[in-house]
Design a protein around this ligand. Structure first.
Ligand code: ATP
Ligand code: MN
Length: 464
């Protein structure tokens, strides 16, 4: 008989029909006469309760129905009074597809997140991680749908790059050379001419530069793919391998950009509220009691536009008023997350889009303002998370861009193709990067970025 998914079955239960479900045993309890088995098949956070009359089933078979075992169950779908769900199944036939002995690490509820990272191959079978990974899927769909409906093209930037000046972080090298026997030049440096690409290559830290090429041809594009940064920052907000969404738009100015950033995040959060209600309700109950309120708040609240200079003034006022920060505040400083969180959570009580940063603390490609001091960079700052989006209007003027490159001594010899966009039909354009896992941290209420990606890569850890 055809298998029914538990999500479909609970959505509109056809009481009185015979159904077959397949899934894994979450718990089993009962008496000498009857067993209640909570079965989950991953299609929803909700289990279906299986009622097994022990008089009808073989004792040997019942012994194999343990936590974690995989079952196929045929039975009558009936209204339930005690299971917490609308429906339950009165089993007529049970097959054990896969037994599971008592060495199974997920025997009981309430394991710590740290422990579950050590069994990352099994943690998707817990309620919490099932919820997180279903939400992860829905957020990816939200992102593609948002951009597709706005007429943006999904563009694929390469993961292997030969440019070393993207400037966003430390890079992982890609090589097929024999590391035990490296060919050297006379000056002792490594000779890459025999390497696979005939030159030094790395994994990309951002698809932006290629995205800019595409935007100046297709008008508006977005990338959505893995990104690699070998930054040794062991924080709950950084991964060595993470997914980034990078839209890039021709003919966008700063106002267009911040408007898109706000519209985009709100769309994604609203999508989660609409499509992941059961999983969010679970996380709100078990992981973070403020979650739903925070999500609804973000959807309803206008984001504050805050020039950096004004932000510094507010922070200085706060210090005068007696507020203590660990790190100093002065015009030109790179804001620490305590400063960002003060502005977002304490001062405005709303997401903040900070704009017009000092050029010294931002990347070379950001559009320079007429004041000669600031650039049109934007960071979207969120409660709990801090920076969730980094973006900017791009400097489209060839001479101004080159001047900045020379000032910063950026090695541009491999970047002629990027500069060509400014030589041939340059146009005003803007874009941003959203860390997918930062968005997921916000949407799920999880505390550590390692717990919103299936198999986290962090310093010292590439297991599974
Ligand atoms: P941060 O200051 O938080 O390290 P960044 O300024 O280096 O971030 P950008 O280069 O602007 O970040 O990258 C765009 C977005 O990518 C960030 O806003 C953030 O959401 C995400 N991001 C950056 N680095 C990481 C990382 N190591 N792990 C996960 N997400 C990241
Ligand atoms: Mn940074």
């Amino acid at each position: 008989m055809k298998r029914t998914k538990i999500s479909d079955l609970l959505k509109s239960p056809a009481f009185g029909t015979t159904v077959t479900v397949m899934g894994w045993v979450r718990t089993r309890r009962g008496s000498k006469a009857v067993s209640f088995i909570a079965l989950n098949d991953g299609s929803t956070i909700n289990n279906i309760q299986i009622v097994a009359d022990l008089a009808k089933f073989d004792e040997e078979l019942m012994k194999d129905i343990t936590t974690g075992a995989c079952l196929s169950v045929e039975g009558l779908l009936v209204e339930s009074v005690g299971s917490g769900q609308a429906a339950e199944i009165q089993a007529t036939r049970i097959d054990v597809l896969g037994t599971c002995d008592n060495t199974y690490p997920l025997q009981k509820k309430g394991h710590s997140m740290e422990f579950l990272r050590e069994v990352a191959h099994l943690r998707p079978r817990t309620n919490t991680f099932g919820a997180v990974f279903r939400i992860r899927h829905h957020m990816a769909m939200a992102i593609h749908t948002f951009f597709h409906e706005k007429g943006f093209y999904y563009f694929h930037a390469p993961l292997i790059t030969a440019s070393d000046c993207e400037g966003a972080g430390q890079m992982f090298q890609v090589t097929t050379m024999n590391l035990y026997d490296l060919k050297k030049n006379e000056d002792g440096s490594i000779d890459y001419s025999d390497d696979f690409f005939g030159r030094q290559t790395s994994l990309t830290v951002s698809g932006q530069l290629e995205g800019e090429l595409a935007a100046t041809a297709l008008g508006a594009i977005y990338t959505f793919g893995p990104t690699f940064r070998a930054e040794n920052s062991n924080t709950p907000r950084h991964l060595a391998e993470f997914w980034m969404i990078e839209p890039e738009m021709a003919f966008y100015d700063l106002d267009d950009l911040t408007e898109l950033e706000e519209e985009f995040i709100k769309y994604c959060v609203r999508w989660a509220l609409d499509h992941c209600a059961d999983d969010l309700a679970f996380l709100n109950k078990m992981v973070d009691p403020g979650l739903l309120e925070r999500l609804n708040h973000v959807v309803e609240t206008p984001f504050v536009r805050l020039p950096y200079t004004e932000g510094i003034r507010i922070l200085e006022e706060a210090i005068k008023g007696g507020h203590k920060f660990e790190f100093p505040v002065y015009w030109g400083c790179d804001l620490a997350s305590e400063h960002e969180r003060f502005l977002v959570e304490h001062h405005f009580k709303a997401p903040v889009i900070m704009t017009d940063y000092p050029k010294e603390i931002k990347a070379f490609y950001m559009k320079q303002n007429a004041d000669g001091k600031t650039v049109q960079g934007t960071d979207v700052l969120f409660p709990q998370i801090g920076e969730i989006i980094g973006g900017s209007v791009r400097e489209e003027n060839y001479d101004k861009l080159m001047a900045r490159i020379e000032e910063l001594h950026i090695p541009m010899k491999d970047m002629w193709w990027y500069l060509d966009t400014r030589r041939y039909g340059t146009c005003p354009h803007a874009g941003f990067g959203l860390g997918f896992e930062r968005l997921l941290l916000f949407v799920t209420g999880m505390q550590n970025i390692r717990d919103v990606i299936p198999f986290p890569r962090t310093p010292g850890n590439a297991s599974f």
